[in-house]
Write a protein that binds this ligand. Structure first.
Ligand code: SF4
Length: 353
């Protein structure tokens, strides 16, 4: 079997930072209960691993008792949640991805200038709930191009749009196109708000999926970007399956068994050890080789949140790495074992909406 691993895949800089935040908070506050508001990232294994360390996940600040420490998830929160935690005197650490924070800032600045915001995304997703919360009276969530014709806006000359960071770039482009057609004076955001990690992972799948028999996407069902990768692989002509881990592989998916070529990618919240587990399962069952296809090299780093850095500085014994560098081109021999590996480069830049 040919098992093809794209670079990039899996953890993005925001997810890496958010997970690091919870790990550090647990070790910094051994005598206090640590809560996380919403799943820190949308991955079942990540959440279960933190639960095993005693972390509790809640959907309401009211469920965090006085004196506890609370971490806000990578998806961001509405300002009302931050204010509630401050009002309660909770120790709060914000692990919101800086790229989500950037969208929040653009939303609040646009609203302050009198713009109405057409927020393209999934209304029930935590990120959209958070961004909308910046200016709830000035925001309309747009979930599909079909919805555009019936939108009722305040003033067509004072309209702008923003997007969820993890949308399919193709779907978002179709919705934004419909918005531009209906509202010619629509103001563009300062830059694309679909993030680099989403864009790059989707681009890699679009490049490779047409050349394989099957695509496996490692990720959880509530992970927006993992679901989008699965849809994109299918749209590119490859049967695709979203799996949490190797235990969910169905061997009937590989019609040519050991002759099959399989693309194994992962959503931005899926840990690399789970990806490696899927590859090991395929190679130990069918034999064959691992191929790493380099589509885009990522070199993105996010510093820890300021509040956490201040706490760490007050504790001289704590070691603080200043930033986290992600290199998704690495194949960790400890995770993958000694399998035959080839590396090839495929590079065409993605297009933006
Ligand atoms: S997917 Fe993008 S926006 Fe979301 S956490 Fe990762 S880098 Fe940040």
């Amino acid at each position: 079997m040919r098992v093809i691993l794209p670079n990039p895949r899996g953890f993005c800089a925001g997810v890496h930072m958010a997970i690091d935040v919870v790990d550090r908070v647990v070790s910094l506050f051994p005598d206090r209960q640590v809560y996380v508001y919403h799943e820190i990232v949308h991955n079942r294994h990540v959440v279960e691993r933190f639960q095993a360390k005693g972390v509790r996940f809640v959907e309401q600040i009211a469920d965090v008792p006085d004196g506890a420490v609370v971490v806000f998830s990578a998806h961001g929160i509405p300002p009302s949640v931050r204010e509630e935690a401050q009002g309660r005197g909770l120790t709060s650490i914000d692990a919101t991805c800086p790229l989500v924070t950037k969208v929040h800032s653009e939303a609040s600045r646009s609203a302050a200038k009198g713009y109405q915001i057409l927020l393209v995304g999934h209304a029930d997703h935590q990120e959209i709930i958070g961004t909308r919360g910046e200016a709830p009276e000035d925001t309309i969530v747009v979930e599909s191009a079909d919805q555009v014709a019936s939108l009722e806006v305040r003033d067509e000359s004072k309209l702008t749009y923003l997007t969820q960071t993890t949308l399919s770039t193709d779907d978002a482009a179709a919705i934004v196109h419909a918005l531009r057609e209906r509202f010619p004076k629509l103001r563009e955001p300062s830059s694309s708000t679909i993030c680099y990690a989403t864009t790059n992972r989707q681009h890699a799948v679009r490049q490779i999926a047409p050349e394989v028999d099957v695509t496996l996407v490692v990720g959880s069902r509530n992970s927006s970007n993992s679901v989008r990768l699965t849809e994109i692989a299918e749209a590119a002509g490859s049967p695709a399956h979203l799996i949490d881990d190797a235990s969910e592989i169905d061997h009937n998916w590989f019609p040519r068994a050991g002759e099959s070529s399989v693309l194994v990618t992962a959503g931005a919240s899926a840990p690399e050890d789970l990806v490696a587990g899927v590859c090991r399962e395929l190679l130990s069952t069918y034999g064959g080789q691992l191929e790493r296809w380099d589509v885009i090299d990522e070199d993105v780093e996010f510093a820890l949140p300021g509040a956490l850095r201040r706490i760490i500085r007050e504790r001289p014994d704590e070691v603080m790495s200043e930033s986290i560098v992600i290199r998704s081109s690495e194949i960790d021999a400890e995770l993958y074992g000694s399998v035959p590996l080839t590396v090839s480069a495929r590079s065409e830049p993605p297009t933006s909406i």
